[in-house]
Design a binder for this molecule. Structure first.
Ligand code: NI
Ligand code: MN
Length: 229
């Protein structure tokens, strides 16, 4: 599989298909691509906040890639002309050969449009089986939660994409503990460095996580960089 960090929580995960997660590119100071140039067969959206729903509707319209999200976000996306598959926490959807399971995240998910706050469903994470028995966990925006122990034991993700920026999500020390619960082979930190409130040093996270949990390798990417695993 190939994983490219596009900045913030946006990733392109390539295996049986190209899965784009949380494509917030326009307005993202660290975005590695524009919404016009990014590729996608499937788009996963973890919650309705602008830095996650981002440009997914525009990208879906251009590429025909369905947006996989909670029923609430999927309804909003299809009303706005995008392809969408609504699902909910605990369920698995198979699209283009890739199995996508929706799991809990601890956060909020309001949809804010023209200063009006609408219910955007619950925030989620995804377990993406990008190749046979090769699973990537995108945690979305989340605090440290005991759910991660179940995710680690039951789904056994090989790769975890974890927020480390603090303020709106887990910070470095919580994310280190999340590694203990999840026991992934590889971790790629995300959701840091985009703006001043979420500044965090990924090298500090790598050092702490790898020191405590030797089974995990932390891979630090720069926006636009890829890793083949
Ligand atoms: Ni958020
Ligand atoms: Mn966010």
């Amino acid at each position: 599989m190939k994983i490219t960090w596009l900045g913030h929580a946006a990733f392109l995960i390539e295996g049986k298909a190209k899965v784009l997660v949380d494509p917030f590119l326009k307005g993202n100071p660290k975005a590695a691509k524009t919404p016009e140039e990014v590729e996608a067969d499937i788009i996963c959206v973890t919650h309705a906040h602008g830095d996650h729903l981002g440009d997914s509707i525009e990208i879906s319209k251009r590429t025909g890639a369905p947006i996989i999200a909670t029923y609430e976000i999927a309804s909003y996306a299809s009303k706005n002309g995008a392809e969408a598959i609504g699902m909910n926490i605990g369920g698995t959807v198979e699209a283009k050969g890739v199995k996508i399971t929706m799991v809990s995240a601890t956060h909020t998910s309001a949809l804010i449009e023209n200063d009006e706050i609408k219910y955007g469903g619950e925030p989620v994470g995804f377990i993406i089986e990008i190749e046979e028995n090769r699973k990537v966990y995108h945690a979305g925006d989340t605090g440290l939660t005991a759910e991660m122990q179940i995710i680690g034991e039951f789904y056994k993700p090989e790769v975890a994409l974890l927020p480390i920026g603090g303020h709106f999500t887990m910070g470095i020390n919580e994310a280190v503990y999340a590694v203990k619960l999840l026991k992934p082979k590889f971790v790629i930190p995300m959701h840091y460095g985009t703006w001043p409130p979420i500044e965090a040093d990924p090298a500090e996270f790598k050092e702490k996580a790898e020191k405590l949990y030797r089974y995990t390798k932390v891979i630090i990417l720069k926006p636009g960089e890829s890793v083949e695993l």
